[in-house]
Design a protein. Structure first.
Length: 86
């Protein structure tokens, strides 16, 4: 399976978000058309997918960085990192 170029891969969440926002705007602009509801649903779904991909990548990168540091938390503002067990 071929791999995507890094620039394309990194821009996918933004593309989904922009496409979703455009579809929501079209749905709002042309409310009398029969496809307005379909545009609204597809736009909302694209926004959710874009946010989901962005958050999963952010979480994966944070966990990978924590793993490379040897599992020592507290680098990202973890409130429980230096707390002693009670």
């Amino acid at each position: 399976m071929p791999h995507l170029n890094r620039r394309v891969y990194e821009s996918l969440p933004g593309a989904y978000g922009l496409g979703g926002a455009l579809l929501l705007w079209l749905s709002y602009r042309h409310r009398q058309a029969w496809w307005s509801t379909a545009c609204a649903l597809a736009g909302f779904a694209a926004l959710v997918v874009g946010l989901m991909i962005w958050m999963r990548r952010r979480d994966y990168r944070a966990l990978a960085a924590d793993y490379r540091r040897g599992g020592q938390g507290g680098q990202r503002g973890d409130p429980f990192a230096n707390r002693e067990s009670r």
